[in-house]
Design a protein around this ligand. Structure first.
Ligand SMILES: [Fe+2]
Length: 312
């Protein structure tokens, strides 16, 4: 796993050497796509101290929030704020809107090859201590997994996430493991990839794709979820259920100190969150056509293994 600490990028100026900016951006994309982590020891965009303090106070003032807070930039909608505190919810909404805008500007500049095609997904605030969280088995963050979204199929697009540890004193602790390409080479067949490849060419899938638009109009979404998305959702759960993988496969511990920020393709780098409280996150979906190294994408890796097209 490559971990790159970036020290020559500033929020106001971008890359320190403008003549190198394009090649540094491309190199950063490549590193991420190959399963690396880009790390900054200070937040590389504007995130005011009063906003961080307000976010932390949401937990400290008697848990006004009960789970992750999510912000949907496309519709400017906030979910998960306390219904009995409209003033607090409004402030929270403003902070999440501003965070999402600033992190997006930062990513568009840092990873300029993606700027034209990347799609803005949800942002989230994670106010709860991860250690010992009482979650349903497949939702547990402390089990090694690759990300897949049940409600937002990507059809091969990749899940790029930007995290910030806004805890004033405590590190956020992750474990990561070898990335998707070698992992899938060892486990995808065992996890049932041939079954999903078979489904890709089946009459049942053709029928679902034909009727999906009709059902979508009455609110039934994702009936035409691609074989790729089906497999990735399954693989997410399968890895969490696999005791041998969870307990015996090599892992690397990563510690993210207060104020640090990191970027990672979470569909490519298996990860688990062992502990930490107060983190911000923004997700981007990056389509294959924007990739610098498309052959490293989970879609292309899986298609190479099964010899079948898996996207819609
Ligand atoms: Fe995850």
């Amino acid at each position: 796993m490559s971990w790159v600490h970036i020290t020559d990028y500033s929020p106001s100026q971008g890359w320190a050497n403008p003549a190198d900016a394009d090649s540094r951006s491309r190199e950063s994309c490549r590193l991420l796509e190959e399963g690396g982590v880009l790390y900054f020891d200070q937040v590389p965009f504007d995130l005011p101290d009063p906003d961080r303090e307000f976010l932390r106070s949401q937990k400290q003032s008697g848990l006004r929030v009960h789970k992750n807070i999510s912000y949907r930039p496309k519709t400017d909608a906030l979910r998960g704020a306390a219904a009995d505190d409209p003033e607090g919810a409004q402030r929270l909404h403003e902070i999440m809107r501003s965070y999402s805008k600033n992190v997006t500007q930062f990513v568009d500049r840092l990873l300029s090859p993606y700027a034209k095609d990347r799609q803005l997904d949800f942002a989230s605030y994670r106010p709860l201590e991860e250690k010992g969280r009482d979650l349903a088995y497949h939702k547990r963050n402390d089990l090694m997994h690759v990300d897949a979204f049940p409600t937002r199929p990507t059809n091969g697009g990749r899940i790029l996430r930007v995290f910030v540890n806004i805890n004033p004193a405590v590190n956020r602790i992750w474990e990561v493991a070898e990335p998707f390409e070698p992992l899938a080479g060892k486990l995808a067949q065992k996890a049932g990839l041939p079954r999903y490849a078979k489904y890709a060419g089946s009459p049942g899938r053709k029928l679902r794709r034909t009727v999906a638009p009709i059902f979508r109009s009455i609110g039934l979404k994702n009936l035409d979820r691609s074989p790729y998305d089906h497999f990735m959702l399954h693989f997410h759960d399968w890895l969490k259920e696999n005791r041998d993988y969870q307990e015996k496969w090599p892992k690397t511990r990563l510690e993210f100190p207060p104020q640090s920020c990191w970027l990672v393709y979470t569909d490519t780098v298996p990860h688990s969150v062992l502990s930490g409280q107060f983190a911000l996150e923004q997700t981007f979906i990056v389509p294959i056509r924007a990739m610098v190294a498309p052959q490293k994408s989970p879609l292309k890796v899986l298609e190479g293994l099964c010899g079948t097209a898996l996207a819609n």
